[in-house]
Design a protein around this ligand. Structure first.
Ligand SMILES: Nc1nc2c(c(=O)[nH]1)N[C@H]1C(S)=C(S)[C@@H](COP(=O)(O)O)O[C@H]1N2
Ligand SMILES: [Mo]
Length: 332
């Protein structure tokens, strides 16, 4: 079990290494803030591109756009090759969607939200004519990474072949020239720097699956307390506890907060989300009964009625579970 959870930790630490190598300020903004006790804060509903979490197995590949193309191959009637200009010309749809790394621990910040623009993947796949025997869509990136997800899912309306992020071209580190965004599926399958989409007749095992991570990689219902931060001291008796919750493809029906270490829970207020596939912001006005220390706990339920799992488990192999809690002191 030890070895297993260490592997779970690897994704997170790898992402930190990559983030720090490319944008030293990111490490400062995330990890160092915590070490130096800068105030906790609520994220923006749309994560500014420069603050969006980063994870990759290596460095950002340099793609020469004149030489780049995206090929659709395998079990299709007409294999097609898309050039960058074609893809930009076809960019006609947008989607706000939250992306989370499967290695994100409970309470972690490898989760962000962007407005993605691109073309529906099913438009491209329909043009290629997918053979009904196709099982998986295999996605290959210019960095040698690959992953796959079910061909049936690839034909659904909400899956995008993305060229733009938050109004600008996809930045190099987030997958320029093109990536895929699949709402409700952990980041690992949202392949960046795409060069090939292959329809395969079998269940393909991608980079992380070969290392034991989940093949389905469906995001789990989760919630996080952003305010107050763990270890904070609250001044006064009126405080609004705030945070986010995320239910992947299904959205969030309910968030509940405990101010007594999980013994009792009461319902928080939800803000309407920016999209069915984005995180939800919640708030919980709290009248503090006495000067003391408190353990605050949060839990969520998705729109299907599936509850956030209370039992803690590391992210390996299929995403972390458990309830986020913070301990605060109240002074007056
Ligand atoms: N080509 C390629 N795509 C990739 C990866 C990678 O290493 N190479 N990492 C995946 C993982 S594990 C995650 S969590 C997301 C992160 O996307 P972001 O860096 O834009 O946040 O990209 C996914 N797509
Ligand atoms: Mo990831």
């Amino acid at each position: 079990m030890k070895g297993v959870s260490r592997r779970g930790f690897l994704v997170g630490s790898a992402s930190l290494l990559v983030a720090s190598a490319f944008r030293p300020e990111r490490l400062e903004a995330g990890v160092l803030d915590r070490f130096f006790g800068r105030p906790a804060k609520l994220p923006s509903p749309i994560t500014p591109t420069g603050e969006f979490y980063l994870t990759s197995i290596g460095s950002t590949p340099k793609v020469k756009i004149e030489d780049w193309s995206l090929r659709v191959t395998g079990l299709v009637r007409n294999p097609i090759t898309l050039r960058y200009d074609d893809l930009l010309k076809r960019t006609n749809t947008s989607l706000i969607s939250t992306l989370e790394c499967i290695g994100n621990p409970i309470g972690g910040d490898s989760i962000s939200t962007a407005k993605w623009e691109g073309v529906k993947l099913n438009a491209i796949l329909d043009e290629a004519g997918v053979n009904p025997n196709a099982v998986d869509l295999v996605l290959r990136g210019a960095d040698g990474y690959s992953d796959s997800f079910p061909a049936k899912r690839a034909l659904q309306e909400e899956v995008l072949l993305v060229t733009k992020m938050n109004g600008g071209l996809l930045p190099p580190e987030h997958g320029f020239p093109a990536r895929v965004i699949i709402p409700g599926i952990y980041g690992m399958k949202n392949v960046k720097w795409l060069t090939e989409l292959e329809l395969a007749d079998h269940d393909y095992q991608g980079y992380w699956e070969k290392r034991g991570w989940s093949d389905e990689a469906i995001v789990k219902v989760r919630s996080r307390i952003d305010l107050p931060g763990d270890g904070d001291t609250i001044m006064g008796r009126e405080y609004v506890i705030r945070g986010i919750a995320f239910g992947g493809l299904y959205g969030i029906r309910k968030v509940e907060v405990s101010t007594d270490g999980g013994a009792t829970f009461r319902e928080a207020q939800l803000e309407p989300p920016l999209s069915p596939y984005s995180w939800v912001f919640w708030s919980f006005p709290w009248t503090v009964p006495a000067v003391s220390r408190y353990t605050l706990v949060v839990r969520a339920m998705d729109t299907r009625g599936v509850r956030q799992q209370a039992e803690s488990h590391s992210s390996y192999p299929d995403g972390s579970s458990g309830l986020h809690e913070v301990t605060v002191a109240v002074a007056t």
